[in-house]
Design a protein around this ligand. Sequence first.
Ligand SMILES: [Zn+2]
Length: 303
Amino acid sequence: MFTRHPNGLRLLSVHAHPDDESSKGAATLARYAAEGVDVLVATCTGGERGSVLNPAVDRPEVRADIARVRREEMAAAREILGVRQQFLGFVDSGMPGPDEPLPEGCFAARPVELAAAPLVALIREFRPQVVITYDETGGYPHPDHVMTHLVTVAAVEAAGDPELHPGLGEPWQVPKLYYHLALSRAWFQSLHEAMTERGVPSEMGELLTGWPDTPPALATTTRIACAEQFAVRDAAMLAHATQVQPGVAFMSHPRDIEREVWPTEDYHLARSLVPGPGETAVAGEIETDLFAGLRAEAGAGAG
Ligand SMILES: [Zn+2]
């Protein structure tokens, strides 16, 4: 089913809902796709329980058919980013209140081991050298984001284990697993300060004041230069018209300021079977390529 790209490099990015691939790490995906890497987005749920967040498209017929609308938005974003995308077929858990139970049968209510099976099958078929997902906090306190982390870690482990899921394809060891550090407090802070210094009104101050008391972010091991892809990232985000109101705080800053003060998307290398990159990351050296340590080998036929 998967045709092999000439450079043999494959990147899998696992997300919770349609639109997450465009708000976290989208410029990275566009950069690698443009370079000829085979880039696949796996979307765990259909986003069926998402609200319409953009008044401009908040119409009864859109709300009544949100699952279809979000599939169409996803198809448009995928084209813009130049990547492939597959749904894993789970149902959005929504955002239950503190004492509310998860809806029956939703993604986050599934046992992790069972929910990992479709992703195990996908990893064994696609054979990515690099997998990206969220850290254990989910990066955002939505049950589907936390579940996406759990399922991805479980699937990466299980995919390489011949004892597990023997019916789901030949085992594949994923050499590198990364977590997103996107939309971090430091990113908002840097942009807010740069705008303020330049006398540009910033929408980010309020957001920073109300920033929850979260544990310190994971160490940045990897920075991917992708300022040239910011316009593609923005276009992909806006393709999810029900999910983003143009001009919201995380998109309202001038892009020339972003290119100047934060021209990268950043990652934490969570697991590596490749000697070198992990060691340099430990030594405090920052990787500038998700495929560091993997390029020669991939060309020699790892795929
Ligand atoms: Zn999401």
